[in-house]
Design a protein around this ligand. Structure first.
Ligand code: GLU
Length: 415
C-alpha cells in the first residue's frame, strides 16, 4: 500500500520539486519541517457538567514571505502530521498566489457534530487561551477550514481581543461581516476554483457551457462549486456526494435546490429526481469536471486509472496521492492542484486582513475583480512552468511556490 500519511506525502512532493529546481540541501532540509509547532491540551466543561479533554495544534510552517496564515480544523481524525501537511501546503499556497504571507495550520481533534453550540464556543475560547500567545495579526492568522465556521471565528476573535485588552479583528479571517469579515469570503474557495477552471478550459480548448460536473464533498466549498459552476461557467452538475452518500442524474441537478436540501436534511442523500451513487463511483464518472471537495487521499493508485474526467479541480487539500498524480498525468487528465485550485479562500482572507488593517471595507465587485486577477495570474505562472519544463501541473505549482519561498529565505540570510 502506498504512503497515505499526508505529511510524508507533502515531504515527498517537496523533494520532487527540490530536485527539479536544483535546490541546495540546506534550503530543502529547512523546508521539509515546520519552523514552529505547538500542541495544547484543552479542558472543556460540557453541558452535562462533566469535563472533556481535547488535544489541539497550531503549526507555523514557514514565515519567510510574511506572517503565517491558514485555517483551523475541528475533526475527529485530526493529527499533528495532518496539520503539518496542511501547514506546508498553506506555505506553497500563499507563495503560488504571490501573497505577502507564510503558511500555517491548526486544529482540534474533536467531533463538532456531537457538540452543542455552547460546548463548541467553550472549546473555541479554550483553544485561543492556549495558542493566543503565538498568534496575532503580525505573527500568525487562523481562518476557517473543515467543520469550522464564521461563528467559531467570531468567538475566537473575541477571546483573543479580551486577552489583549483591545479589539483585534485582524487576528483571524473568515469572520462574520458585522465583525470585520470581508464580502465575498464565504464563497471564495469555490469561486477561485471556478476562475482557474475557466482558464484551464481555455488552454485545453474545452467549452464550459453545458459541460458536466461531479462534486465529491458537499460542505462549504462543494456547495458553492455546485452553484457557481452553473452561474459563472454555464456548467451542469450531474452528481454530488457527502459523507453519507451521493446522488446522480445524468440530465442535471438543480444546484440551488440541492444546496437547500443539504441544508435542510444534513445530506444530499434522497434528493428528489436522482439515483443514489457511492463516493467511489462518483469519482469514476465520465464527466468534464471532477471536483474533489472533501478530505485527503480520495484519488490514489487504487482508482486513478479509472478517473474519466477531463479536468480535476481540487478544492480539497491533498485529495490526490503522488502515485495517482503520475497516473493521471500519463492518462492526460488535467489536474488543477489543490494549493492553486483552492487558493481563493486564503486570497480573500488576505483581502480581509488588508481591510481590517485599514479599517475600510471594499464593495463585493472589487473583491471579485481582485480575486479573478490573482487566480488568473497564478494559473498562468503555473501553466507556463508546466509547458516550459514538461512537468505535471502539481509539480509546476510546487516549482513556482518553492522557488519563491527559497528566494525569500536566501534574501533574509537564512540559507
Ligand atoms: N482553510 C483555507 C485553506 O485551506 C483558508 C485558509 C485561510 O483563509 O487562511 O486554504
Amino acid at each position: 500500500m502506498a504512503e497515505l500519511n499526508p505529511f510524508k506525502i507533502a515531504q515527498e512532493q517537496l523533494a520532487e520539486a527540490a530536485q527539479a529546481l536544483g535546490l541546495d540541501d540546506a534550503t530543502h532540509e529547512a523546508l521539509r519541517w515546520p519552523m514552529r509547532e505547538m500542541t495544547v491540551t484543552l479542558t472543556v466543561r460540557m453541558d452535562d457538567g462533566s469535563v472533556k479533554v481535547f488535544r489541539g495544534y497550531r503549526v507555523q510552517y514557514n514565515d519567510a514571505r510574511g506572517p503565517t496564515k491558514g485555517g483551523l480544523r475541528f475533526h475527529p481524525q485530526e493529527t499533528l502530521d495532518t496539520v503539518r501537511a496542511l501547514a506546508a501546503w498553506m506555505t506553497w499556497k500563499t507563495a503560488v498566489m504571490d501573497l505577502p504571507l507564510g503558511g500555517g495550520k491548526g486544529g482540534v481533534t474533536c467531533n463538532p457534530k456531537e457538540m452543542s453550540p455552547s460546548e463548541l464556543e467553550r472549546l473555541s475560547r479554550a483553544f485561543i487561551r492556549q495558542v493566543g500567545r503565538i498568534i496575532g495579526p503580525e505573527k500568525d492568522v487562523p481562518a476557517p477550514d473543515v467543520y469550522t465556521t464564521p461563528q467559531i471565528m467570531a468567538w475566537m476573535m473575541d477571546e483573543f481581543s479580551a486577552l489583549r485588552g483591545y479589539n483585534a479583528p485582524g487576528v483571524i479571517t473568515g469572520k462574520p461581516l458585522p465583525l470585520g469579515g470581508s464580502l465575498g469570503r464565504v464563497d471564495a474557495t469555490a469561486r477561485g476554483g471556478m476562475y482557474v477552471t475557466r482558464e484551464a478550459a481555455k488552454v485545453l480548448g474545452l467549452k464550459t457551457e453545458g459541460a458536466t460536473v461531479a462534486i465529491q464533498g458537499f460542505g462549504n466549498a462543494g456547495q458553492f462549486a455546485a452553484t457557481l459552476s452553473k452561474e459563472l461557467l454555464g456548467m451542469k452538475v450531474v452528481a454530488a456526494s457527502d459523507s453519507r452518500g451521493g446522488v446522480y442524474n445524468p440530465k442535471g441537478i438543480d444546484p440551488h435546490a440541492l444546496v437547500e436540501h443539504k441544508q435542510r436534511t444534513g445530506s444530499v442523500v434522497d434528493f428528489p429526481g436522482t439515483e443514489p451513487i457511492s463516493n467511489e463511483d462518483l469519482l469514476q464518472l465520465k464527466v468534464d469536471l471532477l471536483v474533489p471537495a472533501a478530505l485527503e487521499n480520495v484519488i490514489t493508485d487504487q482508482n486513478a486509472d479509472k478517473i474519466q474526467a477531463k479536468i480535476v479541480c481540487e478544492l480539497a487539500n491533498g485529495p490526490t496521492t503522488p502515485e495517482a498524480d503520475k497516473i493521471l498525468h500519463d492518462r492526460g487528465v488535467f489536474v488543477l492542484p489543490d494549493f492553486l485550485a483552492n487558493a481563493g479562500g486564503v486570497t480573500v482572507s488576505y483581502f480581509e486582513q488588508v481591510q481590517n488593517a485599514y479599517n475600510y471595507y471594499w464593495p463585493l465587485e472589487d473583491v471579485h475583480k481582485r480575486l479573478d486577477q490573482k487566480m488568473t495570474k497564478a494559473f498562468n505562472d503555473v501553466y507556463e512552468t508546466h509547458k516550459k519544463h514538461n512537468v505535471h501541473m502539481r509539480l509546476a505549482a510546487y516549482m513556482v511556490a518553492v522557488a519563491r519561498v527559497a528566494e525569500a529565505m536566501k534574501l533574509r540570510g537564512w540559507v
